[in-house]
Design a protein around this ligand. Sequence first.
Ligand SMILES: Cc1ncc(C[n+]2csc(CCOP(=O)(O)OP(=O)(O)O)c2C)c(N)n1
Length: 304
Amino acid sequence: MSFNISFPDTTYENKQRSIEEFFEISLELRRDVIKSLFLAKSGHSGGSLGTADIFAVLFFGGFLNYDSSNWKIPSRDRFILSVGHIAPILYASLARAGFFEPSELATLRKLGSRLQGHPGLDVNLPGIETSSGSLGQGVSIAVGMALSQKYLDKTENLTFTMTGDGELEEGSVWEAAMAASNYKLSNLCWIVDNNDCQIDGRVSDVMNIYPLQEKFEAFGFDVVTIDGHNYSEIIEAFTKFKNNAKNSNKPTCIIAKTYMGRGISFMEDDYSWHGVPPNEEQAIKALEELDKLDAELKKSNKLN
Ligand SMILES: Cc1ncc(C[n+]2csc(CCOP(=O)(O)OP(=O)(O)O)c2C)c(N)n1
């Protein structure tokens, strides 16, 4: 079987969009994840695919303020991927937003690549604000960034961070949560990828973290629980956060109910896909499934 992988150089603007456009972008992000992980022969498929809809809205829906051609501009919003092992979806989003060439996605996890298995500051990849992947730490860094935005720099800029739900088993996460509300960080948006899957089982079986909404509320957050694959709900949640940032003293937590491996029939809601890449046969099948969804979308004539 011959299988040629290439990454088209399509990029997308960061602006208000229709549901169909977000779906189209999420399909491209998912293709990037499948292709880069197949080429890497290692890495985390499940969480990367499961969060693609959230990344599509956050990076391409006008919610995260950035300039990919001048990415270090101090007035940017920050995005910290605390759940660092799902780096492939962050890399895909950055590439499609113009931070670097999409063709670089082919270097994921290769020796000398800027796209390491977990985001690293040492490799100077545009868009990476901090090293992350030692679970529980990124979110504390995000709290520090939000603190300095609000009280040192006195800007209106925002900090977004994403944790896994297994990651919430780290005690330091709750210190960060306590600090976020203590310091009234209404400019902090904490997204929880609540797929109820972690490295070797269901989160609820390994270490029960529930009830989650009530826990974050008790820690002083304004909490919204959404379907993390429903674009309207994702848009509404980010809109609420932006409103909170201006009018409230509480940090916002978005608990996004997702399915690990979303979009690929044989990966969905299966924790054994937490940390493995597709082999050739699986990659071909996965890309065919995504192409089919794309064809159906185009046939529906709802794209501009
Ligand atoms: C401090 C720390 N301990 C352990 C690990 C190993 N580890 C990597 S991913 C993972 C499970 C994380 O689960 P979750 O946050 O739910 O991510 P998902 O399975 O949804 O991708 C663990 C324990 C780590 N990266 N950091």
